[in-house]
Ligand binder design. Structure first.
Ligand code: PEP
Ligand code: MG
Length: 419
């Protein structure tokens, strides 16, 4: 049956923070599929534009303009195209927009269409979405990722300033994704019990990504609590730690401010070095700010041989910035967020560029998510070694983990896991 796109209908729906976002429903003769776009809070300034309405409605966060763009210009251009031609669909949208940051039509409008087209493409090829993504990305293999679980939330995701944003566990010493998840979930529950006992039930309230947001200012104290939880859950050396500092959020006029202390780039790198000596830290994301290229190169020179250094706001899943980072040896891993760039094709290109450099690729959610589990199939189809989908709590996060568990079961003995 023809893969001809019969119609595209966009609408305004809500994300996990109760903010409006774009959903696209796409029809072909064989299927009706849909996709919903996520949204960040600690957003990089070089990301593609998320088009918002402004004004009073939803505090300015309405997406009626983006929805209208999908329902008019994008619909006109895409209707009649073949849903299995992802590259052509994305290219038509890119040409129609014609701007560097998708500021005419909105990356949220374009991504909703791009994701929905990809889902339809899989249906028309008669394969699961992860297999379809494997084929269009020409990735070597399907793989279940090591899940980075953000179990203590702070910074913007907990309504705080000048703080490290994410404290993650990396269940690495396991044979399968489901065993790694089980260990991560048991550690999460253990941490909840420890927090409740030591600080009271208030300390177990959750941040935007489902991790606990206890009123503990000191990073060392937080990591120590996580280490206690790992050990009490019985996982000892099998679980490692990672941080997303989201340092663009606490960088101003050439200075980083954590709590009440200020640091130059080199001093902050010393803080990271100390943390990596005191704890089994394996990964630091956004250790330096989005335009502190010098700081990034120094960080990688100093710690890149023993730590994974992940570029999020630095790279914004953008080919040009990734190429510069490769050239300047700024970091050694990519955080891939589909809405930072706005199309499936460009997301795949970003991943492939990094794979060719032997960088790790971490497929990531946004702090504002939805029930859409597209990124679970994306990480598996790209064969990327890691996912970052938040804590194992709240359906907007758990939906992705549940999809990965389903993929693992579907693959059976063929399921590959981790590196
Ligand atoms: C992140 O910084 O990696 C993140 C997921 O947060 P946000 O979506 O708010 O940018
Ligand atoms: Mg980040």
């Amino acid at each position: 049956m023809s893969g001809k796109i019969l119609s595209i209908r966009a609408l305004e729906v809500l994300d996990s923070r109760g903010n409006p976002t774009v959903k696209c429903v796409l029809k072909t003769p064989k299927c009706t599929v849909s996709a919903i776009v996520p949204s960040g809070a600690s957003t990089g300034k070089h990301e593609a534009l998320e088009l918002r309405d402004g004004g009073r409605r939803y505090g300015g966060k309405g997406v009626r303009k983006a929805v209208a763009n999908a329902n008019t210009a994008l619909s006109k251009a895409i209707t009649g195209m073949d849903c299995t031609d992802q590259e052509a669909i994305d290219l038509v949208m890119l040409e129609l927009d014609g701007t560097t940051h998708k500021s005419k039509l909105g990356a949220n409008a374009m991504l909703a269409v791009s994701l929905a087209a990809c889902r339809a493409g899989a249906v028309h090829k008669g394969v699961p979405l992860y297999e379809y993504i494997r084929s269009i990305s020409e990735s070597e293999t399907i793989r279940l990722p090591i899940p980075q679980l953000n179990i203590i939330n702070s910074g913007k995701h907990a309504g705080l300033e000048n703080d490290i944003q994410e404290h993650m566990i990396f269940p690495m010493g396991f044979k399968s994704f489901s065993e790694a998840m089980r260990a991560g979930v048991e550690t999460y529950h253990q941490l909840k019990a420890i927090l409740r006992k030591k600080y009271g039930a208030q300390a177990t309230l959750l941040g935007d990504e489902g991790g606990f947001a206890p009123p503990i200012a000191d990073v060392n104290e937080r990591l120590t609590l996580i280490m206690d939880a790992i050990s009490q859950a019985g996982y000892g050396k099998k679980i490692k730690l990672g941080l997303d500092c989201a340092s663009s959020e606490f960088f101003k006029n050439g200075t980083y401010t954590l709590g009440k202390k200020s640091y130059a780039s080199a001093e902050l790198i010393d803080v990271y070095r100390q943390l990596s000596k005191a704890y089994p830290l394996v990964s630091i994301e956004d250790g330096m700010a989005e335009d502190d290229w010098e700081g990034w190169a120094f960080l990688t020179k100093q710690l890149g041989n023993r730590l994974q250094l992940v570029g999020d706001d630095l790279l914004v899943t953008n080919e040009a910035r990734i190429k510069r980072a490769i050239q300047e040896k700024s970091c050694n891993a990519l955080l891939l967020k589909v809405n930072q760039i706005g199309t499936v094709t460009e997301s795949i290109e970003a991943a492939n560029l990094c794979v060719a450099e032997k960088w790790n690729v971490v497929v990531s959610h946004r702090s504002g998510e939805t029930e859409d589990d597209f990124i679970a199939d994306l990480v598996a189809g790209l064969g990327a070694s890691q996912s970052k989908f938040g804590a194992p709590a709240r359906s907007d996060r758990v939906a992705k983990y549940n999809r990965l568990l389903e993929i693992e079961q579907e693959l059976g003995r063929k399921a590959k896991f981790g590196n």
